[in-house]
Write a protein that binds this ligand. Structure first.
Ligand code: AMP
Length: 290
């Protein structure tokens, strides 16, 4: 008989620590802001396959939102998230309140320099300090052996990897592939903000990334020319408003003129109305997806 066990759900840091102190084996951790979709599910499945204890955190971290961003309207559905956690046999769901994570004004911040100034860091100043700080706190609370992060946020993966490396945090970062809708749009909790027409046109991000890969495979190696073509393709889409188009070395996130021989990221951030979508493709030195 297949018995489904309810996950242990707690808001408390103390209870989380007590629960984990009693567990044995490899602890896998997946940090989210909730409103879970199939992309998140995939990471939970991977963690379940690879680890003895699976910990999911659900926390909309105010520290990583600027005053003009969508903190208050970020979608929430804890009941549905807990149902998915149960289906995926998560052991512990840690869903603290902001007051529990930040009981007093925070005087300590973790700040990864350089690679946080560009891409999403340029349009969202302070965002990655908020991310690095909360992930450090979560790592200290959960003390996982492995932590799973999606490459949809490839810059975040680079930042967390560097932070873990620089600060000798004893955790293995496991990057996971981008999970997409049938038409190619990268799954995101923020996709619910899109109007019907915006949702249709949002597929331009993936289509352009695929096209970029074709251009590269056909021998276009000059990043300036490639970037121009990518911008022109996205701009031809009436509702798309480009935030950035960048082609950089990955994970260094440094500029490169000729992509030949490098692992690169083609990264896009595009606004549709008030909704900002991001997507990317990582290509190895042979132009094959990583
Ligand atoms: P979020 O709750 O949106 O902050 O995402 C939590 C984690 O899930 C991050 O590591 C994301 O990169 C990852 N994630 C979100 N959407 C996807 C997706 N479509 N494919 C793969 N990973 C994802």
């Amino acid at each position: 008989m297949n018995v489904t066990v309810e996950p242990f759900v707690t808001k408390s840091i103390e209870e989380t620590r007590q629960y984990l102190a009693k567990q044995t084996g490899l602890v896998g951790f997946f940090a989210t802001m909730g409103y879970l979709h199939h992309g998140h599910r995939n990471l939970l499945k991977k963690a379940r396959q690879e680890c003895d204890v699976v910990v999911l955190s659900i926390f909309i971290n105010p520290l990583q939102f600027a005053a003009n961003e969508d903190l208050d309207r970020y979608p929430r559905d804890l009941e549905r998230d807990l149902a998915m956690a149960k289906e995926e046999k998560v052991d512990l769901v840690f869903c603290p309140t902001p007051d529990m994570m930040y009981p007093k004004p925070i005087l300590t911040q973790v700040s990864v320099k350089g690679i946080t100034d560009l891409l999403c860091g340029a349009s969202r100043p302070g965002h990655f300090d908020g991310v690095a700080t909360v992930v450090t706190k979560l790592f200290n609370i959960v003390q996982p052996d492995r932590a799973y992060f999606g490459l949809k946020d490839a810059q975040q993966v680079a930042v967390i990897n560097r932070m873990v490396d620089d600060l000798n945090i004893p955790v293995e970062i496991v990057p996971c592939p981008i999970i997409r809708e049938a038409d190619g749009l990268a799954m995101s909790s923020r996709n619910v903000y899109l109007s019907e027409e915006e949702r249709k046109q949002a597929v331009i991000l993936y289509q352009t990334l695929q096209q970029a890969q074709k251009w590269i495979n056909a021998g276009l190696n000059d990043t300036k020319a490639l970037r121009q073509r990518v911008e022109d393709t996205v701009n031809a889409c009436p509702l798309a408003d480009i935030d950035y188009v960048e082609i950089l070395k990955y994970p260094e996130l440094t500029p490169v003129e000729d992509i030949k021989g490098h692992t690169i990221i083609v990264a896009l951030a595009v606004k549709f109305g008030n909704t900002r979508l991001i997507d990317n493709v990582l290509l190895n030195s042979e132009g094959k997806p990583v």
